[in-house]
Design a protein around this ligand. Structure first.
Ligand code: NAI
Ligand code: 15L
Length: 271
């Protein structure tokens, strides 16, 4: 059965803002939550998922929802303490609230950075499968591995379903050569989240989230099995991106792995 009332966490963020615009077309009624006020949405719940004092507000926000689209969290590398609170304690608080309120499904914004240290496939290599070993590239990526494992636990123990979406790069347009492989167009993101919210019998399913990019690095078959049919391809921007930023360079360590500069940039180790 199609989920109708969906709690959107992280509604004030980049992806949350895009989905607030796109998901109502699919028939969803969205409830919004973020730790900061959501512009133009006075009814949005303001709650910090990592703060035990906000558990009551979280439970109330979850009550009666058919599903949760869980986008809230720190979306870049940060200190372990910050990641622990927002992304690790935060995801646990959300799943507990959902379990207590009988919510049946969560779509979890995981990330390619859960497997970011995986070498990018070169010409002739197979696509990276969902079952590839986790190789987080940051504490941020590690928190996404935790979220995926928590989702598996809540499915096995409590029958709470999750689709964990290892999102590539969801921005209006690809702006560097890596994104010619990792791009998820906003319209395809809405298609993918809709499929993840409505497919039957998902248990805990892990999928990669990108558009039908000619240069894609990972296997989209588990996403397609949910009914996801991507329509966009970053190749449309390839000429422009390569002219402005150059192509992938085998000698550049930033281009060697799925996670790109998350694997190499010293600011991605802020300790
Ligand atoms: P963003 O940083 O723009 O938005 C995240 C939102 O979560 C912010 O509005 C922030 O206030 C809220 N938030 C952070 N900690 C919170 C807490 N403790 N309690 C309540 N709200 C909290 O990030 P973006 O780009 O919108 O990403 C959304 C989700 O998708 C994140 O979980 C991110 O890790 C994931 N993702 C995004 C990708 C992308 O390309 N945009 C790629 C891979 C994963
Ligand atoms: C992510 O997980 C980040 O949240 C996003 O800001 C991008 O950096 C994206 O991955 C990416 O890998 O391009």
């Amino acid at each position: 059965p199609a989920a109708r009332t969906v709690l959107l966490t992280g509604a004030a963020g980049g992806l949350g803002t895009l989905m607030r615009g796109l998901l109502p077309e699919y028939g969803y009624e969205l409830r919004l939550l973020d730790m900061v006020p959501v512009e133009g949405a006075p009814d949005a719940v303001t709650a910090d998922l990592g703060d035990p004092a906000d558990l009551g507000a979280l439970r109330e926000a979850v009550r009666g929802a058919d599903a949760v689209l869980h986008l809230a969290g720190i979306s870049q590398e940060a200190s372990f303490d910050r990641i622990l609170r927002a992304n690790i304690q935060g995801v646990h608080h959300l799943y507990e609230a959902a379990r207590e309120e009988g919510v049946r499904r969560i779509v979890f914004a995981s990330s390619n950075h859960a497997v970011g240290f995986t070498p990018r496939p070169r010409e002739g290599d197979p696509l990276v499968p969902v079952a590839t070993p986790r190789r987080p590239d940051t504490f941020y990526g590690l928190s996404k591995c935790f979220g995926e494992d928590l989702a598996q636990l809540y499915w096995d123990r409590h029958g709470l379903e999750t689709v964990s979406v290892r999102i590539g790069s969801c921005v209006p347009e690809p702006t560097d050569p890596r994104m010619l492989s990792t791009w998820l167009s906003p319209a395809d993101a809405a298609r993918l989240f809709h499929a993840a919210l409505t497919a039957e019998g998902v248990g805990h399913t892990v999928v990669y989230g990108s558009s039908a990019n000619t240069r894609v690095w990972w296997d989209l078959s588990s996403a397609r099995a949910l009914g996801y049919e991507p329509r966009d391809d970053a190749e449309r921007y390839a000429e422009k991106v390569v002219a402005e930023r150059g192509d992938l360079d085998d000698a550049n360590p930033d281009h060697a792995r799925l996670g790109g500069h998350f694997c190499t940039n010293p600011t991605m180790w802020p300790h």
